[in-house]
Design a protein. Structure first.
Length: 75
């Protein structure tokens, strides 16, 4: 990929352009996915190499730590 942008069903995780948005979202690159999205959330990845297409995938975490973090978020 040349300049990927990633959005979830609830927010923008990273965008290369415009520069101001890339700068604001750059800190997300150091975070884990579990810090950024909910279990079962859909991610959409766009990139100039895809031309007019995008890649969409649903992320399902399979870990006890995920369940603990989700439970803590509800409390």
């Amino acid at each position: 990929m040349k300049a990927p942008s990633i959005t979830s069903s609830s927010k923008t995780l990273y965008m290369r352009k415009p520069v101001s948005l890339e700068k604001a979202l750059r800190a997300n690159l150091d975070k884990t996915l579990i810090e950024l999205i909910q279990n079962g959330e859909e991610l959409t990845i766009t990139d100039p190499v895809f031309h007019d297409a995008s890649l969409s995938l649903v992320v399902n975490f399979l870990d006890v730590a995920v369940e603990e973090e989700e439970a803590a978020a509800v409390e």
